[in-house]
Design a protein around this ligand. Sequence first.
Ligand SMILES: Nc1nc2c(ncn2[C@@H]2O[C@H](COP(=O)(O)OP(=O)(O)O)[C@@H](O)[C@H]2O)c(=O)[nH]1
Ligand SMILES: [Mg+2]
Length: 198
Amino acid sequence: MVSAPSDAPVRPVPVKIVIAGPFGVGKTTMVGATTQIEPLRTEETLTQAGTGVDDISGVRDKTTTTVAIDFGRLDLSSPGPSHPGAILYLFGAPGQDRYRTLWDEITYGALGILVLADTRRLNASFEVLDWVETRGLPYSVALNLFDDSPDHSVTEVRTALDLDASTPLTVCDARDSASARHALIALVEHIQNRVLTS
Ligand SMILES: Nc1nc2c(ncn2[C@@H]2O[C@H](COP(=O)(O)OP(=O)(O)O)[C@@H](O)[C@H]2O)c(=O)[nH]1
Ligand SMILES: [Mg+2]
């Protein structure tokens, strides 16, 4: 096999990442905070038609919902606190359970999944985590902190979500680009480790 000359430019690797999690957990916010291109958003106003169909408990103030995907791009090979060589293509999934078929389609070609969780309603993440387990892809969990989030330790949350010791668990503010980026980098490093050890 002929190896590339050592001075050849290193091409950034495109990495497809899916951001999953229950309705109102901050997926659209995270894509918007991290993308370096204009985010694609497919938000619609919540209507009475969703009453009794979609579980909006705990997110009563929310007025819009993602009906297809959010899309953004984050180049982690650019200068600054970065992860070398990866360009992330971010796909935010819609939260409602009824989009499960779409969740399967969105993960096509993805290298990893970031599951956002909200400590005010951790049980809302169980269904997403069960689904993520079935996909067999590397995943990590990020706790998106809200002003009234209860003060649980990371260890308590890890136990409550029944996470494997190797699954990265970070804490973030999805509105803050550096914080959200940190959660994504933890996932990229986890993907790299999985690739190197498999
Ligand atoms: N206080 C606070 N609000 C947030 C945070 N992340 C998201 N939000 C707000 O929570 C609401 C739901 O977020 P959104 O991104 O639409 O959730 P999605 O359904 O998962 O896409 C929006 O009004 C956001 O502005 C956060 O870290 N802290
Ligand atoms: Mg959304």
